[in-house]
Ligand binder design. Structure first.
Ligand code: SF4
Length: 490
């Protein structure tokens, strides 16, 4: 065996999401609202490919591809519908998993009302069960799975054996994956579930530059987070900021395919900083460098506290970003409107402000974003251990106070991760209770803003203008269904 590796991900992950990465959330929805073909056409159409080799792939898969190529493995990243062309000659299939059983916070919330199975878990299972994969498996193919959702395999006994998965790798795998593949190829004993130990976490210089474009033009600018929220697994990793030259190499790799770059870190506002205070000169330099490549720009995540530490800096960054684009997006964690709970589960998320100031920080930061055309997708976490009814009421009040700000608010149910991974799963959702009131409050907020966000987000091209008609129709269908079910009357 000479180590021929095929990398892939299921259809819900191998998509450009119509150039709006945050539409990726749509694959967490249950698959019983509109016909499957229409839903996937609207939200996750296939990414372009040539003879099945994809033009862009999930960022994590591109990192693994870069490592394997540098270690001499013949590696190709392939669209899931074209696997039959490549698996006949492959030794290894590497599959990227985001939320393989729909147990992630977004999926559990979106399926709370309807009980349907989310698209992403259906497509993931479908990929492993597909004829090309199972035929190749019978002929000796080894299957490895990695990605942020692999923790879920520990909760599904028998699944790995049923589908012939040889190894699941949990964690940052850059230093590990080559060795796992060599062991499998040599027939050596390999653990079925391998958690990457701290000493195998790649240092800054061991994180490779991707060799081909990523979905959404994602370019990692940092790994890890210094805030230490108790429900979060990211915080268990060391903090590393990627230097400008390597960021720009990845921008160059991407501009061949993407005119839009998404800077990725847990908090882009803290680029280059070792604490919770933004480093003004590094941030300005980063944005200037990337914008001078002639691209439009978005952020994967930023924190509200870092924005409010220096509103002038935020406005300056906005003016650089908005030089040749009308808006930009980011995912933002509000999590709770209760200062008491904020102090308990995420005291450093509010830093350098005090937890008691949190609701006011949230309002001011979202106002600033509204004025500067940052359209955030905000998350709330419902059902954290120790949360009481009054905490939920405070969150509901905060959502009411955010009525006039252009943003989406997505309530997520608590999933035991990070330092809280041994806690009970959230089970308190009862129709008619405060949690339902919170869900409905967020739904009303989102329905109020969604059409204007669609209008802003899809006005740049004729395809965009056409597709927004379909999105508006989809929103109408949703509204009709919720009204018919009596949800919006409550
Ligand atoms: S939730 Fe966000 S801010 Fe908190 S530790 Fe995780 S990545 Fe950092």
């Amino acid at each position: 065996m000479d180590g021929r590796v095929v990398l892939t991900a299921d259809r819900t992950l191998m998509s450009k999401y119509r150039n709006h990465v945050f539409l990726g959330f749509s694959s967490c929805a249950p698959s019983n609202v509109i016909p499957d073909w229409l839903y996937s056409f609207l939200f996750f159409p296939p990414v372009e490919s040539e003879k099945g080799v994809v033009a862009a792939a999930p960022y994590g898969l591109r990192k693994i591809e870069a490592v394997l190529l540098s270690e001499g493995f013949k590696t190709v990243t392939v669209d899931p519908d074209h696997l039959h062309l490549y698996l006949r000659d492959a030794d290894i299939l590497g599959v990227y998993a985001m939320d393989p059983f729909g147990l992630g916070p977004a999926s559990t919330t979106l399926t709370a009302f309807t009980r349907g199975e989310p698209f992403l878990s259906r497509y993931f299972r479908g990929l492993l069960a597909s004829k090309p994969v199972q035929e190749a498996k019978r002929k000796g193919l080894k299957i490895i799975i990695g990605g942020p959702g692999v923790w879920q395999f520990k909760l599904r006994n028998g699944f790995l054996e049923r589908y012939g998965v040889d190894c699941v790798v949990d964690g940052e795998a850059e230093k590990t994956i080559g060795e796992v593949i060599r062991r499998l190829l040599n027939g050596e004993k390999t653990p079925v579930y391998y958690t990457v130990p701290v000493e195998e976490t790649p240092s800054l210089n061991e994180i490779p530059v991707i060799k081909a474009p990523s979905i959404g033009g994602l370019v990692e600018v940092g790994r890890g987070c210094c805030r230490g929220c108790r429900f979060c697994s990211v915080t268990l990793k060391p903090l590393r900021w990627i230097p400008y030259d390597r960021i720009m190499e990845e921008v160059k790799v991407n501009v061949k395919f993407n005119r839009s770059i998404t800077l990725h870190a847990e908090d882009v506002m803290l680029y280059g900083s070792s604490n919770t205070i933004p480093d003004e000169s590094k941030l300005l330099k980063l944005h200037r460098l990337v914008k001078d490549a002639g691209v439009s720009l978005g952020w994967s995540h930023c924190s509200l506290a870092a924005v409010m530490v220096n509103p002038r800096l935020f406005r300056e960054l906005a003016s650089i970003i908005l030089e040749n684009q009308a808006w930009w997006g980011a995912e933002i964690g509000i999590e709770t409107g209760s200062p008491r709970l904020a102090e308990k589960i995420m005291p450093a998320k509010t830093h350098p402000f005090k937890p008691v100031e949190w609701p006011s920080i949230v309002k001011q930061a979202l106002g600033l974003m509204h004025d500067n055309m940052l359209i955030p997708a905000c998350t709330l976490i419902s059902g954290s251990p120790g949360e009481v009814e009054d905490d939920v009421v405070k969150t509901i009040e905060l959502v009411e106070d955010l009525k006039s700000y252009r943003c989406l608010i997505v309530p997520l149910f608590f999933v035991p991760l990070g330092r809280l991974k041994n806690e009970e799963w959230f089970k308190n959702f009862k129709p008619g209770g405060v949690y339902e009131e919170l869900l409905i409050k967020c739904l009303r907020h989102d329905l109020h803003w969604i059409n204007s966000i669609i209008e802003i987000g899809f006005k740049d091209s004729w395809q965009g203008r056409l597709i927004r008609l379909f999105y508006r129709l989809f929103v109408k269908i949703l509204e009709y269904n919720f009204t018919r079910a009596g949800v919006l009357a409550r």
